[in-house]
Design a protein around this ligand. Sequence first.
Ligand code: ATP
Ligand code: MG
Length: 451
Amino acid sequence: MAILTKAPRGTQDVLPEQSAKWQHIEKTAMKVAELFGFKEIRFPTFEHTELFARGVGDSTDVVQKEMYTFLDKGERSITLRPEGTAGCMRTLIEHGLLNGALPVKVSYLTSCFRYEKPQAGRLREFHQFGAELVGAASPAADAEMIAMVSQIFDQLQIEGIELEINSIGCPECRAKYNEALKEYFHSHEEELCETCRGRLERNPMRILDCKSPICHKIGEGAPVILDYLCDDCQAHFDELKERLDSIGIEYTVNPTIVRGLDYYTRTVFEFVSTNIGSQGTVCGGGRYDGLIELLGGAKTPSIGFAMGIERLLLLMENTGVAFPEESTCDIYIGSMGTKASIEAANLVNSLRAEGFKAECDLCGRSVKAQMKYADKIGAKLSCIIGDSELEEGKVKVKNMGDGTSEEVELDELIEYVYEAGLGEIYGTLDSVLNDGISNLKPLNIPPEINF
Ligand code: ATP
Ligand code: MG
């Protein structure tokens, strides 16, 4: 049955040979966030549907067309999260985190679910790295979040990605803007898609985000929000630009960005690439000063962003960005016979306790087949233990790189592997980031080291 061996449409498997790339992106993003004072937060994969309907906005594409919603066995309407911010804010409110010191800075790696038309860079299950800076109203916070994304891209050595910013104002300036939009779109009412006709009275700004080419074309001639900003929103936007200029972050103002989620106010931004086809937005974010209040918390101005990991990976692969080399097995200890196999198992265990990547035979294979396997997994050193090695307490260790061998006392094997310069995972922050192994021993990282 093909259904058993075919993943659902719009999902993507991450195979072992690709996971190192994922880990590199995830670790770099989390590490940079940590440098900015962010701590990881985790929240459920599903929430009450109402949270997203309210938070994301019930006239958005996400809520109207894309949510994975179902009734659970208790007849509750449940939705798989289409984005991170609403669930994250629910968590902060529920646990009273907004009553403590502000701003609260949290970051997360999550899977998101949207029923969309699958294509390159557009999946039904995708992954985001997101961060939320909660409880800071000033443009300094906006600049800080943009600087954080920018630094993540720098650390990943990504080039050719452009920052576009806009301000979509506050409810006060938006009211005037919406009137102007309504007037404009009414004159094109017949041409709009059905969904957008429904949006005309309720939320005309949504029409600007419609994916239908006709609505999009009509939207191009619409009035722009920047002409309707109130004095405070204008001053906020001006200061953000001044701050970006001052830290040397390049941007263009794109007055057509409105973002697909309703909670945004004032600053919105996107990091866009032309190297990954039409799904070019790798990261989207903005300020959401009204969301927490809308969800039942106290008014808490905040700003956040989310980047799509699949799109980021696509961009890095398409533009030939280097990934760290995958680390492979340090030593393969083969064996002949049960007694030797047990000794090999003891040895690899001791080596692993010291932080080396060590493997042994688990299939009862011939020596030839074991050596072939050692070669395939890229073992740097290998040896075979048999009865005579056990008797003499010595083993021939082969350097798989140059083919040379050396005789080593079995009880000095760990020192030998150390001296071979392997198992460097305790050595530098670089190797820890690349290897992704938690430090079994305390790391001694000089503070000036840049990863
Ligand atoms: P788009 O306009 O491309 O649909 P969006 O405005 O819906 O994006 P956001 O809700 O802001 O996107 O999500 C933030 C980021 O998550 C996007 O910039 C993108 O990188 C990624 N993303 C969003 N939807 C998908 C998807 N269906 N598949 C893969 N990545 C996605
Ligand atoms: Mg979308």
